[in-house]
Design a protein around this ligand. Sequence first.
Ligand code: COA
Length: 206
Amino acid sequence: MAFDPFHSARLTYRAMEDADDDNTFLHSVQLDIEALSVNTRNLLAPQNKVQSKKLGEFLRDGCLLGVIICLNPGTDLNTTAEAVPIGFICLKLSEGKSSHSRASSIGLSIVRQYQNRGYGSEAIRWILGYGFEMAGLHRVGIEAFGFNARALHLYEKLGFVVEGRRREEVWFRGKWHDFVEFGMLESEWRKRQEEEGKSWIDDTAA
Ligand SMILES: CC(C)(COP(=O)(O)OP(=O)(O)OC[C@H]1O[C@@H](n2cnc3c(N)ncnc32)[C@H](O)[C@@H]1OP(=O)(O)O)[C@@H](O)C(=O)NCCC(=O)NCCS
């Protein structure tokens, strides 16, 4: 297989189109209130299609990289002959005039029925590789609310370091929760790559 960085073992990463199918998919992701509640700092509110479309525009135009995560045909739950969209992932642009510091952060969501099957891990591993190897980043961050036990577990497991905990910054369901900031440096990522001995792209057929 010729070089193609937009694949990992089970997943393909493709552009978000300004097309009905993709807008409908993204809207369905945003309609999962439980997922939305761990992905927004805004007061929780039902999302309309215009808001979902704005998220699509953000993924397309407002990120260093924003893609739809697709499960490859014939893989696990996908018995069809087509790649099935199962979520989105992005590397956000650094704010203001700070691009010289080469930092970015990850945002992502996986559709409920595909959660807890290792796809989030695979997609994060992949985008870290893309960020460090392709985009030349020095640092990649990721953030989670203190009540998102799965995300906290996953990010630490993937090697992110807790860099900050903004205490009681998030008001949710009648309680205060911390806002936890994680980061990974390029040197840390390279060390893990060496230890794991695994490529971040699917180069098995290369
Ligand atoms: C968080 C998310 C991206 C993770 O992706 P995923 O594909 O579900 O995650 P994976 O299957 O790769 O890994 C999940 C890990 O969390 C663990 N886990 C699941 N529920 C957990 C819980 N309640 N507490 C602690 N760990 C939990 C799983 O056991 C697994 O760890 P393991 O591999 O050590 O067994 C995805 O679940 C999601 O989109 N959730 C809703 C929105 C969200 O939380 N977005 C991120 C905002 S920061």
